[in-house]
Design a protein around this ligand. Structure first.
Ligand SMILES: [Cu+2]
Length: 502
């Protein structure tokens, strides 16, 4: 066992559930910051293309407590690399499964055909290698990849099967924006995790966990318990944010000043949007800018739940934690270092040309209702650790739990459609594979300006959420696309459906 020089076990536990309960009502004490780790960059945008090996493997990882946890990782012990790729490339991957269990690797956000999408039908058995040729045809955007094994997505992603893919194109490479990886362009994977009294990663299912999704007490940034700290140049700094939590909505703000949002899931906004805070559901990405020209210090603050998600978590966790984790936590403190090379350009006032989202363009519409109840006893399912929900179907969409043998919808290639989604209870982040879409309505109202660009996630809670979506790639019945709730325990429990595009 190794010990960290930056943090004592006692400090670390103050940030975990045990500490929170002791501190209930006394505010949320956070330990001293740890240096922000960077996910290793594999830059394929500027290198000759070769086959790229992604090894899904078991490992041991120190989240900051000094204790080692049994984790999964991609080419490393926990989490995966940041792949920087370029529009126009076709990427030949060797995805090897070194785990003891079946898994898959889904490219979340990529506009690619169903047979290379990495969903539940592209299983990789232990010891096998999956070799998709992944074509990059979309605009610059922040995407990610994670396990998508039917019934096991939640556990496998939680243990660490997740990485980031940054798509660049001519516009993004020539844009007057910070873009030096690890200097003024930082990729942040935000997750909530739970740790036991020994400081080791903890995950357990119960009826409540199925219903609310798994919620950890500790905010983890790029694989270490927050808060983290990083020295940055005296200039603008770009933060690319991914909420890779299983179920936790995260509201992000800055300690000083407003948040300047430049991109959402599927690419640049039309123009920068300045807001006090943004809310990221599990699976969502946003890129923001922080002005470090005049400030010597600023912090990225994260509030659990929050915004429209506030009501969801008034239950088990609020009772257990006494509300202690509800206040803002520091995820990352940026400190100005004038010796680092700074971005000196002028920020663009226009970022991209976004066509208006016109529902009149749609050839047809479909409606989906997300169902929390599927007739199964969730407590019994939770006791069956090995299978999770699997085919049991404790939840569903339009009354149907996910079934690998059932194609729920058939879409015509190149059609534009309006999809209307609502929920019979609670808040759910809805994701569609193989495309980006535009949000017409989110819970009955137009989306906030920062969510009005290209998206592949929409929040669904009360009222209808409506998206305008065009399907440009084929997905045959042997390799259909998925649409699902991105609370991973809900997805595993059957809140998912399949569609073909032909
Ligand atoms: Cu859900």
């Amino acid at each position: 066992m190794t010990t960290s020089p930056n943090i004592s076990r006692r400090q670390f536990l103050a940030g975990t559930g045990a500490g929170c309960m002791a501190l209930a009502g006394a505010g949320f004490a956070q330990p001293a910051p740890q240096p922000l780790p960077l996910l290793p960059l594999t830059d394929l945008a500027t290198q000759p293309q070769e086959r790229l090996h992604l090894a899904l493997q078991e490992g041991q990882h120190n989240f900051g407590s000094g204790a080692l946890s049994r984790t999964f990782g991609i080419n490393q012990n926990h989490l995966g690399p940041v792949l920087r790729v370029r529009k126009g490339q076709t990427l030949p991957f060797d995805v090897s499964n070194g785990l003891d269990e079946v898994t898959t690797l889904h490219w979340h956000g990529l506009h690619i055909p169903g047979d290379v999408d990495g969903g539940p039908h592209q299983e990789v058995a232990p010891g096998q290698v999956w070799q998709p040729d992944v074509p990059i045809t979309q605009r610059a955007s922040m995407n990610w990849f994670h396990a998508h094994t039917h019934g096991r997505t939640a556990q496998q992603t939680y243990r660490g099967l997740a990485g980031v893919m940054l798509v660049e194109d001519d516009d993004s490479l020539s844009a007057d924006l910070p873009k030096t990886y690890g200097v003024d362009d930082l990729t942040l994977v935000l997750q909530d995790k739970s740790f036991d009294a020994n400081g080791q990663l903890h995950y357990a299912l119960s009826e409540e966990v199925f219903e609310e999704g798994f919620l950890g007490e500790t905010l983890v940034v790029n694989g270490v318990a927050g808060p983290t700290a990083r020295a940055v140049p005296q200039g603008w700094v770009r933060l690319r944010l991914l909420n890779a939590s299983n179920a936790r909505f995260l509201t992000v703000s800055l300690a000083t000043g407003s948040v300047i949002v430049i991109a959402s899931d599927g690419g640049f906004l039309a123009a920068p949007v300045e807001v006090a805070e943004i809310t990221l559901s599990p699976g969502e990405r946003y890129e923001i800018l922080v002005d470090m020209r005049l400030q010597t210090r600023n912090s990225l603050q994260v509030t659990y739940g929050g915004g429209e998600a506030a009501g969801l978590f008034e239950g088990l966790w609020t009772r257990l934690l006494g509300g202690a984790a509800a206040g803002p936590q520091t995820a990352l403190t940026l400190t100005q270092d004038p010796d680092l090379p700074a971005f000196t350009g002028t920020l663009p006032t226009r970022l991209a040309v976004l066509p208006p989202a016109e529902p009149e363009l749609a050839q047809r519409s479909r409606s989906f209702t997300l169902n929390m109840g599927g007739g199964e006893d969730l407590a019994v399912l939770a006791a069956n650790w090995g299978n999770i929900c699997g085919e049991a179907g404790g939840m569903g969409i339009n009354g149907q739990p996910m079934n690998m043998e059932t194609i729920n919808e058939q879409v015509r290639l190149s059609d534009t459609e309006v999809w209307r989604i609502n929920a019979d209870e609670d808040l759910h982040p809805f994701h569609v594979h193989g495309c980006s879409f535009r949000i017409l309505q989110q819970n009955g109202t137009p989306p906030p300006a920062y969510a009005a660009g290209w998206k592949d996630m929409v929040h669904v809670e009360g009222g209808w959420s409506e998206i305008l979506v065009k399907f440009d790639h084929p997905a045959p019945k042997e390799a259909p696309y998925m649409y699902h709730c991105h609370i991973l325990e809900h997805e595993d429990c059957g809140m998912m459906g399949q569609f073909t595009v032909a």
